[in-house]
Design a protein around this ligand. Structure first.
Ligand code: ME8
Length: 508
């Protein structure tokens, strides 16, 4: 089972392009695996406890539950807008999660890894994390560049310090545990520096999950949040499901939350005797004009600002094609328009339009199922299609850009095929009617394969193309090893329809 997760986001505000980035990548990769015929479980959700949420609610004069119930709807709307097909959406205020938090913490407590002590130190509410004085930059949070607060409490602590060696051994034995390599190195040097125990409870807060052994404390919001990944996998009361689903194939996370996922979370699992996730796949930040886009700053752009212009597919394609998973990436409107017009309106959209137009014009939309085994033009097309199919596997390494570049080799080859075979000339001479059938068939077949291969990135456009091709079911039905192979286009009735990706005029 391919169990793939996004972070669960804080519902302190609506999701923006940065939050959506992780979710879009996770959705495309999950769809890729579904297309291959794998059993997939994709999870996203919201991280609803903690001080940050309490404060966001207070600012609006609401109670936390009322506030999160309202914001969670904005998350659902955004994911619907972007055609995110998650199998599950977990909220940390749900009983299936709170009971699971208590179960895991009880296991860690029973393992002897919890003790009580007083803690005092600088706390960043935006991060929901304590810092040491050395980590602060001019007295401010190193991530948010905002003032920290001094918190002092009697807390329960988790013996994270006891897990350094085991964590290092795990990372060494599993080089793919934290990716990319630069992030793995960062985690390794952080652990080698020596781990401090962490506080796992809050006495001063009531908005959280009560500790099973002391109900006057609630679980620290990060400890609570990380457990979502097993709550959604049946940890609480579904042994068979948990065995099938856990450990996760990959947790996708931004670089800001890598320590929680690559240090604290695996140590908690080790303490409770549970297996570790296969991979923590880390990506960089989306920047706008060089600054990180975040919910707490003014440079937010929301998916709903872009989808009316680019459509869900243009949106997804841009972030998957232009942002490498790993380093930081810059967002610009101009870059997005240029990519859309070049790849979608010109290369792909025009190809679709042209081929379907010719099939309607010369064959009333019904092209016979005949293919040439011998023609050199078709051989080039078949080779490009095979290369594109192979490149799609780049999704397994989150190399979304390379996967789509591969698919575009087929799109370009199909355009070149049209130029080379000139079906509009073949149509003029009755003696070449047979060759015209073959050429149109091969052109339609390349559209069929392109619909299959673009489905993980652009499901809506792929499905629309599929129905224009008169095919039954969905290009996502798979299995890829069969449907992604270039063969003979089946006899069907095709129809051109409206342009798939109308050009965006930059003056507008
Ligand atoms: O950290 N560029 O939630 P969060 C790219 N609740 N990705 C970005 C981004 C940007 N500018 N801004 C945010 C939390 N992200 C915790 C997680 S998980 C158990 C708990 C993405 O709402 C990125 O994946 O602050 C980052 O890790 C996540 O949103 C943080 O979302």
């Amino acid at each position: 089972m391919i169990y793939i997760t996004t972070p669960i986001y804080y519902p302190n505000d609506r999701p923006h392009l940065g939050t959506a980035y992780t979710t879009v990548v996770a959705d495309a990769v999950a769809r890729y695996w579904r297309l291959k015929g794998e059993a997939v479980y994709s999870l996203t959700g919201t991280d609803e406890h903690g001080l940050k949420i309490v404060r966001a609610a207070e600012e609006r004069g609401m109670d936390p539950q009322e506030w999160v119930d309202q914001i969670v709807e904005r998350f659902h709307e955004t994911w619907d807008l972007l055609d995110i097909a998650s199998d599950d959406f977990i909220r940390t205020t749900e009983p299936r999660h709170t009971a699971s938090v208590q179960k895991l913490l009880a296991a860690i407590h029973a393992a002897g890894d919890i003790y009580e002590a007083r803690y005092e130190g600088p706390y960043c509410v935006s991060c929901e994390a304590y810092y040491t004085d050395e980590e602060l930059v001019d007295g401010a949070c190193p991530v948010h560049d905002r003032p920290v607060e001094i918190h002092a409490e009697d807390n329960y602590f988790f013996r994270l310090s006891a897990y350094g060696d085991r964590l290092l051994a795990h990372i060494e034995a599993n080089p793919g545990f934290v990716t990319p390599e630069t992030r793995r190195n960062e985690v390794v040097s952080f652990i080698e520096h020596g781990l401090d125990d962490i506080s796992v409870s809050r006495a001063a807060l009531s908005w959280g999950v009560p500790l099973p052994w002391d109900e006057s404390h609630v679980a620290y919001v990060w400890v609570d949040a990380l457990i979502n990944y097993i709550s959604a996998a049946g940890y609480l009361d579904d042994e068979a499901r948990f065995a099938a689903q856990w450990p996760a194939w990959a947790h996708l996370v931004g670089k800001d939350i890598i320590r929680f996922h690559a240090v604290i979370w695996p140590a908690m699992l080790m303490s409770a005797g549970l297996p570790l996730p296969r991979q923590i796949a880390t990506h960089g930040f989306l920047l706008v004009g060089g600054a990180k886009m975040s919910k707490s700053s003014a440079n937010q752009i929301l998916p709903s600002d872009l989808v009316p212009t680019f459509g869900p597919d243009g949106y997804r394609y841009h972030f998957l094609r232009d942002v490498s998973f790993g380093p930081d990436g810059n967002f610009s409107w101009e870059g997005m328009v240029a990519r859309y017009n070049a790849d979608l309106a010109n290369d792909y959209g025009n190809l679709v339009n042209r081929v379907l137009n010719l099939a309607e014009r010369f064959r009333d939309g019904e092209v016979p199922a005949v293919a040439s085994e011998a023609a050199a033009e078709e051989a080039a097309l078949r080779a490009a299609a095979a290369g594109a199919l192979e490149a799609l596997a780049e999704f397994e390494e989150f190399r979304t850009k390379q996967a789509l570049e591969g698919v575009w080799r087929l799109v370009r080859a199909a355009n070149a095929f049209m130029e080379a075979t000139e079906p509009w000339k073949l149509a003029k001479d009755p003696a070449t009617a047979g060759r015209l059938d073959e050429v149109l068939n091969a052109a339609l077949e390349s559209l069929r394969v392109a619909a299959v291969l673009t489905w993980p990135a652009m499901p809506r456009a792929a499905e629309s193309l599929w129905s224009r091709l008169g095919l039954a079911g969905s290009p996502g039905d798979g299995p890829l090893a069969e449907t992604g192979v270039f063969g003979t286009f089946p006899a069907s009735r095709v129809a051109k329809g409206d342009p798939l990706f109308p050009r965006i005029e930059t003056e507008a």
